[in-house]
Design a binder for this molecule. Structure first.
Ligand code: COA
Length: 624
């Protein structure tokens, strides 16, 4: 039992009528009128007294009483474990560190040994349950937050399955024998024991072990096939390959060492690419395929720290055990450790003579080599497909928005809606992660940001601009921001609709009922296709988070609001002709500037309806 389980309330089950009303309201303006009429009839029947909805709700309330978090397993399976897509780009978010300047590989290894030491210190805090308790900031600030996600950082492993994956978490990490990390170097994997004779390795000892690994990696004759690439494949494909691998005892032993490590350290080859923000983000997201560092990974493991010889560094994270906010806390701690410790290294005499790290051995037959080649091809397709644009908007940041007495997060969400509308002349189902860590074992629910008020605002900024005065548009902006803020408050207090609807659907399945009509309806299906998938991941140390789109025709948009600027990471797929990250970013920039102009007009006493400085027309698609 942890503090969190004892002290925090359970995630509530929202009232059925409230969820159904919100659902209808969140889809009405996004679908044709005829379709909405049909959906409304289906939803009303579902929610009628004595109807299916009431029966399912009753069961869900019982489940709430019996479990510590009624939605946890449903959500985990639906969001991650049942998803068959490859983890890189489609699921695993990354943190991108500032570009480091390494003189040579020794310098890079020195940085890496500090990083490992920082990770071990952080893990010691977790094991001692000594991390300071998190408290909510922003909306409804001050309540304590569940800390469980931290305990999964170094103890989790996502096993691929033929139909569904399994997330295994070692509950007591301190009692599971000697601790090791796995070092990936030149697509080979090495076991680095971090404890010797009952004492953890100090930084210089880690460095001397890394130097040995580096040398072993250089030995081309001993190199084994690039097994790591298999973990970058679709989950079913990887599960099949893992079954084939597991037939051999040597492979089973290597898999067990991999699956029980604390984390990976990936020593990447220099990429030969210009280290712009976008390039660094791409390299973290997919390693740039087999030709570069795509096989120097093991995607099932929750935390992979990447140190590139060209100074391109960051963290790749398997998302199912925790959210980006926890990843940020850990990454910031490690980065502060690296930049904070004295640059003077310990003297050589303090280094113990340690046995060399061991290479993980693999036995590969022609069948497995064929699977590796197929995984390489599929990763390459993903690499070629990802259209990424990391954009730092420098016009203003959180402080300007706060001065307008508006929520920065809501303002940015409305700006994302405006950008999408400028590009597509419509709004679409949008996902914004809302933390529900106020509750026991809380993860996230969804803020459906494409509100009717947002649609009214973006129309008045574009198609219907001529019909409105500035003050009318400002009113629409405030309405959109209020609607967004209210939805946020509702979601973070456990009143979101996505988890609830999922719970009702899963309850019906558990009762072996026919799938209720509400969940077969096209509206439900399309409303769960999140063409715009967004998330705020703020940092206090220089770094940024990014991830890919969640549907082929969508955008992933991660943002990091700072006092005077905002970093946006916009991702889409080149193969889709409807999307373009560059076009989206252009529209976002225009929209943010127009929204500033609007606020400035509002702030100027007596000013009316002046034109905006940027005067953006519809953003044109180009470059595909
Ligand atoms: N006037 C002035 N200031 C305001 C304001 C207003 N009307 N509304 C909010 N603010 C201030 C807040 O007080 C806060 O101040 P602080 O920076 O001093 O703390 C700041 O603006 C930010 O608040 P806001 O922009 O409203 O957002 P938030 O911090 O409450 O965040 C969510 C909203 C939805 C992003 C947050 O609740 C959440 O769930 N975060 C987790 C997301 C997540 O899980 N991401 C990772 C997914 S992998």
């Amino acid at each position: 039992m942890t503090l969190c389980r004892q002290a925090l309330p359970k995630v509530p089950v929202p009232p059925l009528k409230q969820t159904l009303d919100t659902y209808l309201r969140s889809v009405q303006h996004l679908i044709p009128e005829e379709q909405f009429k049909k959906t409304k009839a289906i939803v009303e029947k579902f929610g009628a007294p004595g109807g299916v909805g009431e029966a399912l709700q009753k069961k869900l309330l019982e489940r709430r009483d019996k479990t510590s978090n009624w939605v946890y397993d449903y959500w985990l399976e639906d969001m991650y474990l049942n998803n068959r897509l490859a983890l890189p780009v489609n699921s695993s978010p990354v943190m991108v560190f500032p570009k480091q300047n390494f003189r040579d590989h020794k310098d890079a290894l020195r940085f890496a040994s500090r990083l490992v030491r920082g990770v071990l210190d952080y893990k010691a805090l977790i094991d001692a349950r000594a991390l300071p308790l998190d408290f909510a900031r922003g909306q409804l600030a001050g309540t304590p937050l569940c800390m469980e996600q931290y305990y999964r950082l170094f103890t989790s492993y996502r096993y691929p399955g033929l139909k569904s994956d399994t997330l295994k978490v070692k509950m007591d990490s301190t009692s599971s024998g000697p601790e090791h990390i796995i070092v990936a170097c030149k697509n080979q994997f090495f076991v680095l024991d971090v404890v010797a004779n009952g004492k953890q390795l100090i930084e210089t000892e880690i460095l001397s072990q890394l130097e040995k690994i580096w040398k072993m990696g250089e030995n081309a004759e001993e190199r084994l096939p690039p097994l790591g690439i298999l973990t970058s494949d679709g989950r079913t494909e990887w599960a099949q390959a893992r079954e084939a691998l597991s037939k051999d005892q040597t492979n089973r032993d290597s898999l067990a060492l991999m699956e029980n490590c604390l984390c990976l350290l990936c020593l990447d080859e220099a990429s030969g690419l210009e280290p712009r923000d976008t390039t660094r983000a791409l390299l973290m997201l997919h390693g740039s395929g087999r030709e570069k560092n795509g096989a120097n990974r093991w995607y099932d493991k929750s935390m992979q720290f990447v140190v590139g010889m060209d100074g391109i560094c960051g963290v790749v994270c398997e998302h199912s055990p925790f959210e980006g906010i926890v990843l940020v806390q850990c990454s910031e701690y490690v980065m502060k450790h690296i930049t904070g410790v004295s640059s003077k290294m310990a003297t050589a005499s303090s280094v113990r003579e340690l046995p060399p790290p061991r290479r993980l051995l693999w036995k590969c037959n022609p069948h497995i080599l064929g699977l590796i080649a197929a995984s390489e091809d599929r990763l390459q397709r993903l690499v070629n497909n990802l259209d990424m644009d990391v954009f730092t908007f420098k016009g203003y940041g959180k402080e300007f928005i706060k001065k307008q007495k508006m929520s920065p997060d809501a303002f940015i969400q409305v700006a994302l809606q405006l950008a999408f509308y400028k590009c597509n002349r419509r709004l679409v189902s949008t996902y914004e992660s809302a933390s529900i860590r106020r509750f026991q074992e809380g993860r996230v629910d969804n803020i459906r940001s494409a509100t009717p008020e947002a649609l009214a605002f973006v129309k008045s900024m574009t198609d219907e601009r001529a019909n409105f005065t500035d003050s009318e548009i400002i009113k629409r902006l405030r309405d959109a921001i209020n609607a967004q803020t209210n939805y946020t408050i509702s979601a973070i207090t456990g009143m979101g609709i996505d988890n609830h609807l999922l719970g009702l659907l899963r309850t019906a399945r558990e009762l072996n009922m026919e799938r209720p009509a509400i969940f077969c309806d096209d509206t439900y299906l399309t409303s769960n296709q999140f063409i715009l998938s967004t998330s705020q991941v703020p940092t206090t140390v220089e770094m940024f988070c990014c991830y890919g789109p969640v549907v082929p025709n969508g955008y992933g948009a991660c943002y990091n609001p700072q006092s005077n600027y905002i970093i946006f990471c916009v991702a889409s797929f080149w193969e889709n002709t409807q999307t373009s990250s560059a076009v989206f970013v252009k529209a976002l920039n225009e929209g943010l500037l127009e929204m500033r102009d609007l606020c400035n007009v509002d702030n100027t006493p007596g000013t009316k309806a002046a034109g905006t400085s940027q005067g953006a027309g519809p953003a044109r698609k180009s470059g595909k």
